[in-house]
Design a protein around this ligand. Structure first.
Ligand code: GDP
Length: 453
């Protein structure tokens, strides 16, 4: 296999930039571009140690460098790896990469380092996919889930189900192939129990997929309510910056302003809305219409009310718009005297929190309510969840096959029919972890990676 090299840090100026080299010739390639100050070579030092020196090409020395040495199999890829850390200038890094290519390395394909790690058994396919999730995580919860995936939690969950099914499949096969031998008869009750257990595990795995998506992509959130209840103030509080204009005149927030904020470690894609009220102003009407569309399409609504005033018709009209969208009633201006008709709110909302957006109080309760509404309590990202559509599709195939096996069993079909379904489920799960997977699937997984990863 070729020795590969790539710039592994972002394609932008930075304090430090790294060119990574992996393969049998890693030290030989690095040895041609790197000269240590101490006079030692990378061949002379053990793994997990570094040398300080300079890098050069045919035109001479062009930067200082720290060369980190990793010896196979104790490296990210499982091969010999050298990481050359220089100053993070784009020109410098490209020059360093070119020097490595001139010294015999081949430019790495997207995701090739991680692909080699997978092929060398350093990680399974779900762990490799978690690497991408780690890089793209935008909030604490997504990062936690990705880390759990990288540590093999998802792999363990799948392997657990796979073990149950493999045991049943091999028992069924042995019993069918050697009926006259002393293979214990397959107990239908036992088989039924095991298949049901596998089905439950797969269903719970699949139900976590949507959570994974919420953690990764964020939740489309609308902060809505009639003018002047404090929507912009709340949004600014959540966003931690003056993203939209706050004023005490009705109807100055004219258009939808977008921002992503983190609440309880989950990215909320916020759309501040123009006041939901009738207006003659055409610009405002567009804003109102757009905000109405947003209310209907939202995944989460923070419905804001002004506690210092009695409810108005506009408040009630807006509540009617919410329909079945998950919502939290946010009773704002809690610092003022309370005049709101709370019984009406209680009859319409399951989740109600009191805050003062101006004083910044009540955020904790709001956070807890949001987690509840999004039903995030029930799922622990650290337990390993499905991230990618590939994973979801494979898990779904396994679930379908197990359900079919159960149906076959319950309707009294021959055990052969059950065996075929159980084997289908096993092969879907082996594809999920990458244990038995085609090159096409592997290609598809790694082509979404960036070069250098
Ligand atoms: P919006 O039209 O719903 O976006 O409302 P704004 O955020 O523009 O707020 C309207 C007015 O209410 C402003 O003068 C805010 O300073 C004030 N306001 C917002 N939140 C609070 C709060 O919690 N307490 C008090 N006393 N005033 C608030």
């Amino acid at each position: 296999m070729h020795t590969i090299a790539a710039i592994s840090t972002p394609q932008a100026p930075g304090g430090i930039g790294i060119v990574r080299i992996s393969g049998e010739q890693a030290r030989a390639v690095a040895g041609q571009v790197f000269t240590s100050v101490s006079g030692k070579t990378l061949d002379e030092i053990p793994g997990y140690t570094s040398l300080f020196g300079t890098v050069q090409d045919a035109d001479g020395t062009f930067d200082q460098c720290v060369a980190a040495n990793y010896r196979a199999p104790k490296s990210y890829t499982g091969e010999d790896v050298v990481e050359l850390s220089c100053h993070g200038g784009l020109y410098l890094l490209r020059r360093l990469l070119n020097a490595c290519l001139a010294a015999g390395a081949v430019l790495a394909q997207p995701g090739e380092f991680t692909r080699r790690a997978f092929l060398n058994g350093k990680m399974d396919l779900t762990q490799a996919e978690s690497v991408m999730e780690m890089i793209s995580a935008r909030g604490r919860e997504a990062a936690r889930a990705a880390r759990a995936g990288q540590e093999g939690r998802l792999h363990d969950r799948i392997a657990g189900v796979c073990e149950i099914l493999t045991a049943e499949a091999s028992h069924l096969a042995a019993w069918a192939d050697f009926p006259e031998e002393a293979v214990p008869e397959v107990s239908q009750t036992e088989l039924h129990t095991q298949l049901n257990e596998a089905k439950d595990s797969l269903q719970s795995l699949l139900s976590g997929f949507d959570t994974g998506r919420v953690l990764r992509e964020g939740v489309d959130t609308v902060i809505a309510g009639r003018p002047n209840v404090g929507k912009s103030t709340l949004m600014n509080l959540l966003a931690g910056c003056d993203r939209s204009i706050v004023t005490s005149y009705a109807g100055t927030t004219r258009d939808v302003v977008e921002d992503t904020i983190l609440l309880a470690g989950i990215p909320l894609r916020l759309a501040d809305t123009a006041g939901l009220h009738d207006t003659e102003d055409p610009v405002e009407q567009i804003g109102v219409l757009r905000s109405r569309g947003r209310v209907e399409a939202a995944q989460l609504i923070l419905a804001v009310f002004d506690s210092s005033e009695p409810l108005q018709d506009e408040d009630r009209q807006f509540v009617e718009l919410i329909g079945g969208t998950p919502a939290v009633a946010v009773i704002n201006k809690n610092d003022l005297e309370n005049k709101i008709d709370i019984l009406y709110i209680q009859s319409k909302f399951k989740h109600i929190v009191y805050i003062s957006a101006l004083q910044g109080s009540g955020l904790q309760q709001l956070t807890a309510a949001v987690r509840q509404v999004l039903q995030l309590q029930a799922i622990d990202p650290a337990a390993g969840i499905l991230f990618t559509q590939r994973q979801q599709a494979a898990a779904q195939r396994a679930l379908t096959a197990v359900s079919e096996a159960l149906e076959a069993l319950e309707s009294g079909l021959t055990l052969d029919a059950v065996t075929v379904c159980v084997e289908d489920a096993v092969s879907a799960l082996l594809e999920l972890t990458g244990k038995r997977v085609s090159d096409t699937v592997i290609d598809r997984v790694f082509e979404t990676f960036c070069v250098g990863k």
